[in-house]
Design a protein around this ligand. Sequence first.
Ligand code: ZN
Length: 330
Amino acid sequence: MTAPRMPGKITVRDVAMRDGVQNLKRILPTDLKVELIEGMADAGIQRIEATSFMNPKAVPNTADADEVMRRIRRKPGVRYEALVANLRGAKRAIEAGCDGVQQVISLTDVHNRANVNRSVKQSLEEMKQIAGVVRGAGILFCGAISLATGCPYTGRVPEESVYDLAGKYVDLGVDEIFLCDSMGMGDPARMGRMVGDIRRRWPETSLVVHIHNTRGMGLANAFASMQAGAATLDASLGGLGGCPFAPGASGNVSTEDLVHMLWLMEIETGVDLDALRVLAGKLAEALDTPLFSAVHQAGKSFEKSPVPARLLVGEDERTIQDVDGLAERV
Ligand code: ZN
């Protein structure tokens, strides 16, 4: 085991309004999306995947992509990005004023066909054209490696195939590689190893780690990725983003849980956790279902609960102090 090399600062990139909403049965109102995106920017999130430019029949919840991009108040210094699957989507994203475009390709043909209706080879061919138009527009172009840990149809995915696709992305001139544990099948050993290998092989290309918490390993995978040198992590407000292949499973790792862990670890994020919690509350209210967000459910560490009245009888100062001390310890 090598010595930990935790970065002093982490960029938390929120994907709730794209990855989070895409599997929701109910359509989230555009007004709420705009409010949450603006709220996250005000809370200090500097990169927001605001929507996706996909076929609205396939992804009804981002059918309002153009409207969302048009309506959001842009905060200086914040990047508003979008996911695309094809050239048409990329052109729409550029037209809508996105600051970055991420093209996603799955590692297995079967999933890529299910997801974007193309073979991996066809998607890579199209990527050449997409790279041309996106880079021509002068905005960030990213390649996402979906299913970097496993496929719901074929099972385990060899790590070498991840590096093979990453190499192709680099050859096509991506600014950034996204390593996506799309199904939440990644474990901390593998995630740390893959992050380390990608950084060693392509040190000039930046890396984003996209983490799902489907099987409860989200924060452990975030920790392992950071230890291996990842400096940008994806997460989703309220842990929004269930998986259609695993009904009832949680979605992306929750942004407030990740920011909370980083706050405890004294790693800088520039994000106001309390402001995020207010936004998660608004989301929970709108969805009328519990969120997969531990901090939303349990509150922040060290938040003091009111001392039970029976312990305060007689206003005994010493008793109150003891109770206060106990509350600090447990
Ligand atoms: Zn995802």
